[in-house]
Design a binder for this molecule. Structure first.
Ligand SMILES: [Zn+2]
Length: 355
């Protein structure tokens, strides 16, 4: 036994002390991280932040100096979390005058802290961390991962917000590390939501009333329309306004006039993208390519105003896409039994409700 103990002491590295404010000489307890960093903290702050800590501190503590569970006369509590995670969540527990809230701008930290907050019933911290989950920077980069984490944590508002951001990306990802955090029902709900949003966006190409209502009359659209009178074969005796080709496809006719082909090509290509990514942002991101194409053709008439008019138009289309998809609801079953948050205890019961 003695031999084993001496072997252990040679294998286990010495503990290091955490950085301020978790190195206070008057602290009354030590939390030891999984990577053996000792955090000297005040029980009061932790007990105020978490009922679980409060209960833990009410249990009989080991007598000072009688076991390995004490150090410098203070009880030592071994924690499952590593020092980085422990430092982050202790900063949330401490008053802001002593430790500022840490910034959470990456998903790995957010996921870990949500797990810890749930484990220790740190409701207030959980809410603050959830705000980090709907930070637009995080959402834009990893919407599907945010969806999985938010859904697993049963965060309704964050789940719905993340689902909306997934519309900016094709739904089938090459890799989703958090796939095990959601159920097949969750994924089906998201796929259905995506599909319904695609259908809603596609309806804007079938019916161009949103355009005619916005521009009121052909003169409002003279930058994309050939308003010359044409015969039934699409020919006109009047000289063309510019050399750009026109499209006589029935679905693109506005006030019975033929628009420029570069505009109909933009519409076809954009709506093709919207099938997979039904989001207004996709519309805006595609417009620059069309502006460049028109300029490359060298039509001075169209080139003169294509940037201004197409940017305005793409904004109009983007707004209408977002408006069309805004009415689609994500039908997630809030009563469905979810797998537990990775690295934490069982999720708390919350009030039953449906989206
Ligand atoms: Zn032209």
């Amino acid at each position: 036994m003695e031999q084993m103990s001496s072997q252990l002491s040679t294998i286990m590295p010495d503990c290091t002390c955490a950085s301020p404010p978790f190195d206070h000489p008057k602290a009354d307890i030590i939390l030891r991280s999984s990577d053996r960093v000792d955090f000297r903290v005040f029980k009061l702050f932790l007990a105020l932040a978490s009922p679980l800590f409060e209960t833990m501190f009410e249990l009989p503590q080991p007598a000072v100096g009688t076991s390995d569970d004490t150090k410098d006369g203070l009880p030592v509590i071994p924690m499952q979390e590593n020092s980085k995670i422990l430092d982050t969540f202790l900063r949330f527990c401490y008053p802001s005058t002593l430790a500022e809230d840490p910034s959470l701008d990456n998903l790995i930290d957010i996921k870990a802290i949500i797990g810890v907050a749930k484990k220790y019933s740190l409701d207030l911290i959980e809410r603050r961390v959830c705000q980090a989950l709907v930070n637009s920077k995080v959402l834009e980069a990893e919407p599907l991962r945010c969806f999985a984490i938010a859904r697993n944590a049963r965060l309704t508002h964050e789940t719905i917000t993340a689902a909306r951001y997934t519309l900016r990306q094709p739904l089938i990802p090459t890799c989703l590390p958090e796939i095990d955090m959601i159920t097949a029902s969750d994924l089906l709900a998201l796929l259905t939501y995506h599909k319904q949003c695609s259908v809603a966006a596609a309806s804007l190409l079938v019916n161009l009333d949103w355009m005619t209502n916005h521009y009121s009359n052909p003169s409002g659209c003279n930058w994309l329309l050939d308003t010359r009178r044409v015969d039934r074969w699409g020919a006109s005796s009047e000289p063309p306004i510019c050399k750009c080709a026109r499209s006589h496809e029935a679905k693109f006719q506005l006030w019975k006039s033929a628009p420029y082909s570069w505009w109909t090509t933009y519409m076809e290509e954009t709506f093709e993208l919207l099938r997979d990514t039904p989001s207004g942002d996709i519309v805006r991101s595609e417009v620059e390519k069309t502006i460049q194409k028109v300029r490359d053709v060298g039509c001075t008439t169209c080139s003169a105003h294509v940037k201004e008019k197409m940017e305005e138009f793409s904004n109009l289309l983007a707004l209408n896409v977002d408006k069309a998809t805004a009415s689609i609801k994500l039908e997630i079953d809030r009563d469905f039994r979810l797998p537990p948050v990775v690295g934490s205890g069982p999720p708390k019961e919350k009030k039953k409700q449906r989206t």
